[in-house]
Design a protein around this ligand. Structure first.
Ligand code: FAD
Length: 66
């Protein structure tokens, strides 16, 4: 990541991959007014793999979900 664009004072961020990590980073960064985010994905289609995201009791507490 770095300053690549022509807009002054706006950091241009490229995120490669739209998995959970890339999408989470993009959602977080787009809230910042001085950051412009572009997402890149090589897959031609997005599809479901796996079964679930499991959170154990420790993480439910840490994330304050209950
Ligand atoms: C078969 C399988 C089943 C799974 N089941 C579960 C489950 O039930 N529960 C669970 O919690 N986890 C599961 N996982 C693990 C989970 O999928 C990963 O931990 C998680 O997806 C990792 O997220 P990520 O965003 O880091 O990477 P990824 O989800 O792998 O996303 C990376 C993205 O980057 C893209 N990419 C890579 N290289 C480039 C490039 N050069 N240019 C552009 N795009 C690129 C890829 O196409 C991909 O879309 C499973 C994994 C597999 C393989």
């Amino acid at each position: 990541m770095g300053s690549l664009g022509t807009e002054p004072n706006v950091l241009q961020v490229a995120i490669v991959g739209t998995g959970i990590a890339g999408l989470t980073a993009a959602i977080a960064l787009r809230k910042h007014p001085a950051i412009h985010v572009e997402l890149y994905e090589k897959a031609t289609e997005l599809r479901e793999i796996g079964a679930s995201i499991t959170l154990g009791p420790k993480w439910v507490g840490i994330l304050n979900l209950v």
